[in-house]
Design a protein around this ligand. Structure first.
Ligand SMILES: Cc1cc2nc3c(=O)[nH]c(=O)nc-3n(C[C@H](O)[C@H](O)[C@H](O)COP(=O)(O)O)c2cc1C
Length: 347
């Protein structure tokens, strides 16, 4: 995928996720591989501006990226065109490869300030923001949106077209509307319509979790790339698996030992990142609640004990205990999860 002068390969992108895709999580995904572009969590334009380019505290943490994290996109949100332009200038000065504008976030915190997906109900303001930001920076500009505001206003193709005409160089469309939040019946028609209407690349997003859902997104929409969000927490190898399929490489299995190594490595990295043990533990539980969906008996045998953990060593012991059982199970010991099998209702 070509975004202005920036070549993005593989066409498999890690979605920005507040409270998830900080430097630590992005390092995890990058180490595993298969990711063409990473993006920071969204940054409030006003917060960036108030710090005047000298970022401190939480905003500095959210804005941080590694020197070798290239290409890197930094995402901003806000409703004031001048404020967004100023924030974009700061993003460019930080050395970001791309600047992304968030027009998809449904959270009350963001929308109550008319930023995020609230902009999908005010196309003139959204267009003005893109115009101001475009004039302020020379790095490529992209916009991330939902398919619309609600079922009666599925206007992503129109908004995306306006963004393109104002100089945006790629757009990402999540198939859900703002009103869908994270539910809703899968409908990628507005992504396909956006692809058909635009000259610039369109990234397809929403429930891409593995090779088959990525293939469906490409086939049904003609998108130039896919973006993976929650699927990367469920399976941090998902992007590498999708990339392997795109590049015609054979499918690969991730062993229990490798999953354990990566999960414990992530816990260790969180401990170094958070000053407080409880902060690291809270973040670990959040990511793990998705991760357990992608491993055998994860919900029952790993999630419950992890959620009850009050200290890091306790959580670590549960992870080790679970993977010991999983290795035995994979080696053919059917008794490894026997008590769970016994509880399972008969067909
Ligand atoms: C916990 C969480 C935080 C998110 N934070 C952001 C964000 O900061 N910026 C953004 O554009 N989208 C954000 N999103 C939306 C995702 O980028 C993505 O569009 C959405 O989750 C759909 O993709 P998925 O089905 O692959 O998860 C967030 C989603 C989740 C679940």
């Amino acid at each position: 995928m070509q975004v202005g002068p920036v070549q993005i390969w593989p066409p498999v992108l890690l979605a920005p996720m507040e409270g998830v895709t900080d430097l630590t999580f992005r390092r995890l995904v990058r180490q595993i591989g298969g990711v063409g572009l990473t993006c920071t969590e969204f940054l409030p334009a006003e917060g960036l501006r108030q710090n005047g380019g000298q970022q401190r505290g939480r905003i500095a943490e959210m804005a941080a990226f590694d020197d070798d994290e290239r290409p890197i996109s930094v995402q901003i949100y806000g409703k004031r065109p001048e404020g967004m332009a100023e924030a974009a200038r700061i993003v460019e000065a930080m050395g970001a490869t791309l600047c992304d504008i968030n027009m998809g976030c449904p959270s009350k915190k963001v929308c109550s300030h008319s930023g995020g997906s609230a902009l999908m109900a005010d196309l003139d303001l959204a267009t003005e923001i893109v115009r101001h930001v475009r004039r302020a920076i020379s790095i490529p500009l992209t916009v991330k949106m939902r398919s619309g505001f609600d079922a009666t206003c599925r206007n992503a193709p129109e908004l995306a077209y306006r963004c393109q005409e104002e100089g945006a160089q790629a757009v990402t469309v999540h198939w859900r509307t703002r009103a869908d939040l994270y539910r809703g019946q899968r409908a990628v028609d507005k992504i396909a319509e956006t692809v058909a209407r635009l000259r610039i690349p369109v990234v397809g997003n929403g429930d891409v979790i593995d090779v088959s859902s990525a293939a469906a997104m490409f086939a049904e929409t003609g998108c130039a790339a896919v973006m993976v969000g929650r699927g990367a927490m469920r399976d941090p190898w998902a992007l590498r698996k999708i990339t392997a399929a795109i590049e015609g490489q054979p499918e690969f299995e991730v062993t229990a030992a490798e999953k354990e190594r990566v999960l414990l490595g992530y816990l260790d990295a969180l401990l170094r990142r958070f000053d407080r043990e409880q902060g690291a533990l809270g973040r670990f539980k959040k990511i793990s609640s998705y991760f357990v969906q992608g491993v055998p008996y994860g919900e029952e045998a790993l999630r419950t004990p992890l959620l009850r953990s009050e200290r890091i060593p306790e959580a670590e012991a549960h992870v080790r205990g679970y993977f010991q059982r999983l290795r035995a199970f994979e080696a053919g010991d059917t008794s490894a999860f026997a008590e769970l099998l016994a509880e399972a209702p008969a067909d």
